[in-house]
Design a protein around this ligand. Structure first.
Ligand SMILES: NC(=O)c1ccc[n+]([C@@H]2O[C@H](COP(=O)([O-])OP(=O)(O)OC[C@H]3O[C@@H](n4cnc5c(N)ncnc54)[C@H](O)[C@@H]3O)[C@@H](O)[C@H]2O)c1
Length: 333
């Protein structure tokens, strides 16, 4: 049994706690949150110890894994602190907001000889996993074009998301999911060109990025962090190949709290065949992500997915997209 402590009992901390309850090798022993009411409530629901200060949780508990679900601007501080306590770390995305900060965290993990995985959950999301299987197997033939989108209403449960220095705005908080996944699918990026809208706080909350990969693939990716009221959380992906196309559509409730009730469909359109509706195991992707992390550590086997070195590279791409948004120029990586 691995002893786990969660830092941050907010939106994602609660999802992670629910996932650990379903993982055989996981024992959630403590939750820390400066918000005493939220932290105590989640700790009570999960029958574990509450700490107001994350520092106290680290020094008083004997933990194997720390799961950092804090606001993004606090990731570096608490990931570095966790490694001083000799634990493995799962850090929510976005990993951090600058390249230098990401480098420090990667180096701290390597120095501690501990595992650091970044919560890039789309890499574990069943329909996106299926797309990668199709691409890797050459099922679609040469791919002509990829289009992706992720359209959300602005988080209404916090204020820090509004500050670009704390969250990176929609560009880093939301758009990163698809940019990370595109790099997972196609590897290194050659160049980016992006257009978008910046809100009055300086957050790029609606972005359309065109990405050309070194292997010649092209993608257009839209990320919207502030859709109009009642617009449902939506993700789409279309891969158009010479032999087949794969299309995924997912429409949920206000935000991702309603994954179970979402309308989702994934279809393969192959030349010379009827459309193939994909039968996909719709297990919650947060559960799949955390189960993978816990199981690899429990078995003493290396984590090879969503490594911080991947996130370090994706950080380079995100910063290039930001530069393109600011300068209105194509940016080479
Ligand atoms: N993977 C995903 O799909 C996904 C979804 C949502 C959020 N996230 C990421 O998770 C992170 C948290 O986002 P959220 O929406 O859950 O935020 P949130 O505001 O809902 O929760 C953060 C919690 O951290 C607590 N906190 C703040 N400072 C603290 C400190 N110093 N010590 C202890 N507790 C402290 C707050 O009181 C709050 O309860 C962000 O990096 C976000 O980008 C990822």
């Amino acid at each position: 049994m691995l002893r786990i402590g969660i830092m941050g009992a907010g939106f994602i901390g609660a999802q992670h706690a629910a996932a650990y309850a379903q993982i055989k090798d996981a024992h959630l022993v403590a939750i820390a949150d400066l918000n005493i009411e939220a932290g105590k409530k989640l700790a009570k629901e999960n029958n574990c110890t509450f700490y107001e200060k994350a520092e106290d949780m680290l020094s008083k508990e004997k933990l194997d894994i720390v799961d950092v679900c804090l606001p993004t601007f606090l990731h570096e501080k608490y990931v570095l602190l966790a490694f001083k306590h000799n634990v493995h770390v799962l850090c929510e995305k976005p990993f951090t907001l600058t390249y230098e900060s990401a480098e420090k965290m990667v180096e701290a993990a390597e120095k501690a000889g501990k595992t650091l995985m970044v919560g890039q959950v789309i890499r574990f999301w069943p329909e996106y996993v299926r797309a990668k299987e199709f691409v890797d197997a050459g099922e679609l033939g040469t791919i002509k074009m990829v289009t992706m989108s992720r359209l959300a209403q602005h988080p209404n449960w916090s204020t820090w998301h509004r500050d670009p220095k704390k969250s990176g705005g929609g560009l880093f908080d939301l758009h990163i999911h698809d940019v990370d996944y595109m790099c997972h699918l196609f590897g290194d990026v050659d160049q980016v060109y992006a257009i978008g809208e910046k809100d009055r706080n300086g957050c790029w909350n609606h972005v359309l990025s065109t990405i050309t990969f070194k292997n010649g693939q092209r993608a257009a990716v839209e990320g919207a962090f502030e859709m109009t009221e009642n617009y449902p959380f939506t993700m789409t992906m279309r891969l158009v190949g010479h032999d087949a196309s794969y299309e995924y559509n997912f429409i949920a409730g206000f935000n991702l709290e309603n994954v179970g009730g979402a309308v989702r469909s994934a279809v393969l359109f192959k030349n010379g065949a009827e459309p193939e509706v994909q039968k996909i195991d719709e297990t919650d992707a947060y559960l799949l992500e955390l189960r993978y992390f816990v199981e690899q550590i429990a078995k003493g086997e290396p984590v090879t997915q969503a490594l911080p070195r991947h996130s370090l590279y994706v950080m380079k791409v995100m910063l290039a997209i930001q530069e393109s948004l600011e300068t209105k120029q194509v940016v080479k990586i």
